[in-house]
Design a protein around this ligand. Structure first.
Ligand code: 26W
Length: 820
């Protein structure tokens, strides 16, 4: 894969269990002020983390020195989210000192597993986009790509979810309140950022004056790679807090209102916005975006100058800035501002350089997720940037669009970065996605089908203008966390059959296909799965008080809650299964457990109602003796990375059932297949490529395709017609509407029913219902013959080589970042 790999090949650690023990004792005493005897798993976690960080920071220095002396070309990954998850176990694995640490902890009388469990999840992201950034950081280090991640060190990550009376509750997650041993404050690299003020023209030069200033303090987190001495940096900015934060209003359910109306320097980095695929359009969010972009830009320019001197001649060769969605898109205007106002560039040269160094990844086609800022708001917060955006737009429309479509004003309106108001006197709106496309060298989608839709549906005119600009890089996941670490027994089984380094070259997994039919291998594979299911059953018992049978089919849907992801489709189907069992309790079906994990954005009413309904249906089913445990439904609260690591190895069935055309890629689909789950899914996102890899016989594909979805919409879709013609579906929807499941609030589930019927069922849940139910019948049939099931499961796992994030990063290196 990477021909450079040998260069930074890991020098096998000279770190023994005794060395680790010594460092842990030193940190217990000197850093934490504790005696050895006073230390429980949490204290040992802290001390061990500090000991590992020491090694990490040492290697960071070596990596930086090497890169500085080579004047390396570097990738800067700009992202508002890095959902890194727990770091200790991951770093021990990557540094090759896991076994030594295990021994050292045993000497302290605790098991390493308990120590690892006491780490809290740094929840600095919402979902897929944030977790992807974390997998990419792992792979960048693994491939020895000179790279740095830039983001925000939020004081409160994504909210903690509770369930009360079946409903979602939200509370703040002060994840680093006691201590975050991985982050190291770097006062030497602090930055000042300006906001508000006005632009004054002096001698034909613009100057931004009367601004409000805030300070950005960087925190460096070491990012280790697998089997390499390269350690990269994740630099997270914190705005300095002077005042406290009103926590009490969190409890009253006003999650995002708890900050004061006035925006102060101190609350900029307080809270991660909990919206996933919905643009909140709030001033504080714009300021968060600009804050971290401005800090990062100043920081990376300073680094360039330290390494290359003051001339800008090589900047385009040394720097690449990857925009993780449009969230950091204001970087385009900020870079232009620096070049024009501080570095004496002419406009044309500045834009040219801009278009050399930026690239933009699109992660969603949902219109409500595409960021748009009122020009007035940007004008107020960042007056100079707004001028620059107008300037870029003017040049783009009147020079470039004009050249391509001379005299075509409607095309100019369509392609304008500024959307004009529909009513006179209305607001102008800045389309951040257009700014990103116009300012970038490359734009990429995250799965083949998604990138095609980005070309043909989202940006067709841009694609016509610049046919080389929009490309695909299919997402991937790191096999270190998502197989080796979370499923060690399966990793061992693979080791027993595959000689090469599959952890670093996931394509080697393909060799396990040779054992798909081998009864002994199948038996071991199935035993490992069963064992993982037993462990998950214990977690379920503890978290939800529900007993589940580990021999049942574990059917898993874990992802953010959104109507397009269609948890409601699964809900309707579960209700139907329950009815079938009530009608015929002797029905010959294997026992099934449906497992959900999902957070809903606090302001997303229908999504929260779906969670409520799942929980009420679960209560009913789980307590009904008549069905003899043939069906159980579990909603595990507070889904997060550390829970995913326990659920994914235990999944038999992976639910990937979005309306075709809506899920950009998905990455949970890759993780579950890698761990031997069979996918039930639509032809959407990366499911398409998973199907290609595993073969049609080894995946349960159902439902409308992208083309069929658009044909159906053109013909005129009526969910009422389907409701009226499908007896079972009608019965479960009526049941949901009746209020019978929620006597304390009989109207509670109306929003779901309204969305499905009165509001036209935009996500075509009813249209796909029968096909989905049929797919599940096929799943049950397959389960009945273990030799067939486990063969398919093994093939799934063995065929996931393509979906390593190492491959994704190698693709970026080759097609977007031009790293060699
Ligand atoms: C403006 C608010 C907002 C916040 C987050 C808008 C959009 C987002 C993200 C794009 C949501 C997200 O996480 N998208 C997911 O990105 C994954 C990584 O590429 C994909 O696998 C998922 O399909 C996509 O939904």
């Amino acid at each position: 894969m990477s021909s450079k790999k040998s260069k930074t090949k890991q020098i096998k650690p000279a770190v023994s269990a005794a060395d680790i023990s010594e460092a842990v004792n030193r940190h217990l005493q000197q850093s934490l002020g504790l005696e050895r005897e006073e230390a429980g798993p949490h204290e040992l976690w802290e001390a061990l983390s500090l000991a590992v960080r020491e090694i990490g920071l040492q290697k960071i220095r070596a990596t930086r020195q090497k890169e500085s002396s080579e004047k390396a070309r570097r990738v800067y990954y700009l992202s508002l989210e890095f959902l890194v998850g727990r770091l200790l176990g991951n770093n021990l694995h990557n540094l090759g000192i896991y076994d030594q640490a295990e021994k050292a902890m045993a000497e302290h009388g605790v098991s390493l597993v308990d120590v690892l469990e006491s780490e809290s999840d740094p929840a600095l992201g919402n979902g897929g986009l944030g977790r992807l950034a974390a997998c990419f950081m792992d792979s960048l280090a693994t491939l020895d790509t000179p790279a740095m991640g830039y983001g925000i060190n939020y004081r409160f990550g994504l909210f903690k979810q509770g369930i009360a009376g079946g409903r979602q509750t939200e509370s703040p997650d002060a994840w680093r309140e006691d201590h975050f041993p991985w982050g190291k404050e770097r006062p030497k690299r602090k930055q000042t950022v300006r906001l508000y003020g006005r632009v004054v023209e002096k001698d034909g030069k613009a100057s931004w004056e009367d601004t409000k200033e805030i300070m950005g303090m960087p925190w460096d987190v070491p990012v280790t790679g697998y089997n390499t001495d390269t350690v990269n940096t994740l630099r997270l900015w914190e705005s300095r807090a002077a005042e406290g934060f009103d926590l009490t209003s969190f409890d009253r359910g006003h999650y995002m209102d708890s900050r004061s109306k006035e925006i102060n320097a101190e609350n900029i980095s307080q809270v991660l916005y909990p919206n996933d695929n919905h643009d909140a359009g709030k001033e504080l969010r714009l300021i968060q975006q600009y804050f971290f972009v401005a800090c990062s830009m100043a920081d990376l320019i300073a680094r360039y100058k330290r390494e290359n001197g003051d001339s800008w001649a090589d900047f385009g060769k040394k720097v690449i800035m990857q925009l993780n969605d449009t969230h950091p898109a204001i970087a385009v205007a900020e870079f232009m501002r620096v070049l024009l106002d501080e570095e004496g560039f002419e406009f044309d040269e500045a834009l040219k350089l801009c278009r050399q160094v930026f690239a933009y990844t699109n992660h969603t086609l949902l219109p409500e997720a595409l960021e748009k800022w009122p020009a007035q708001l940007i004008g107020k917060v960042l007056p100079r940037h707004m001028q620059i955006i107008y300037r870029i737009n003017y040049f783009f429309l009147h020079t470039e669009v004009e050249a391509q479509w001379p005299g075509d004003d409607s095309m100019k309106r369509r392609l304008s970065i500024i959307e004009e108001p529909e009513q006179p006197g209305g607001d102008q709106i800045v389309r951040m996605a257009y700014l990103s496309v116009v300012g970038s060298n490359k734009v990429n989608g995250v799965a083949a089908i998604h990138s095609k839709l980005v070309q043909d549906m989202l940006f067709p005119e841009f694609h016509k203008m610049w046919p080389e600009k929009i490309v695909n890089v299919t997402n991937g996941v790191t096999p270190r966390r998502w197989l080796d670490h979370c499923n060690p027994e399966l990793a061992k089984l693979i080791d027993s059959k595959i000689k090469g380094d599959w952890r670093g070259k996931l394509d080697l997994l393909d060799k396990a296909n040779a054992y798909a039919d081998d009864p002994a291998f199948q038996k071991k594979f199935a035993e490992i799965k069963l064992d993982n299911k037993r462990k998950l059953a214990a977690v379920i018992k503890q978290e939800c008080g529900i007993e589940v049978n580990p021999e049942a089919i574990f059917d898993v849907q874990i992802k953010r809650l959104h109507e397009y992801k269609r948890q409601q489709l699964s809900l309707l189907h579960i209700m139907a299964l329950y009815r079938r069992l009530l009608e015929n309790p002797e029905l010959d079906v294997p026992p099934r457990v449906f497992i959900f994990g999902a957070k809903a954005a606090p302001g997303y009413k229908v999504a929260k109602t779906i969670i409520h309904a799942i929980n009420r249906v679960a209560d009913r089913i789980n307590n009904d003796r008549r069905i003899k445990d043939k069906l159980k439904v579990v909603f595990i609260p507070n889904y997060r990375v550390s829970l995913a690591e326990k659920i994914i190895p235990a999944a038999d069935v992976s639910e990937q059932i979005s309306t075709a055309g809506f899920e950009a890629s998905g990455t949970g689909n890759m993780k579950m297949a890698l761990n031997g789950a069979l996918t039930v899914g639509t032809m959407d996102g990366a499911n398409v490529e998973i199907a290609e890899e595993v073969g049609d016989d080894n995946i349960f594909i159902f439902g409308l395709t992208v083309d069929q979805v658009s044909e159906l919409r053109d013909r005129g879709y009526s969910s009422w017609d389907i409701y009226n013609s499908n007896e079972e579906l009608k019965a479960v929807i009526d049941w949901l509407a009746s209020g019978e499941l929620c006597p304390d609030e009989p109207e509670a589930f109306r929003p779901i029913v309204e969305s499905l019927l009165d509001r036209g069922d935009y996500f075509l849940t009813l249209a796909d219902y029968q096909a989905y139910s049929d797919a599940h019948d096929r799943i049950v049939d397959t389960w009945k013959t273990p030799a067939i099931w486990w063969k398919k499961a093994i093939i799934n796992s063995a065929s996931m080589g393509k979906f390593s994030s190492d491959r994704s990063i190698a693709d970026y290196n080759r097609t977007i970042w031009m790293m060699d």
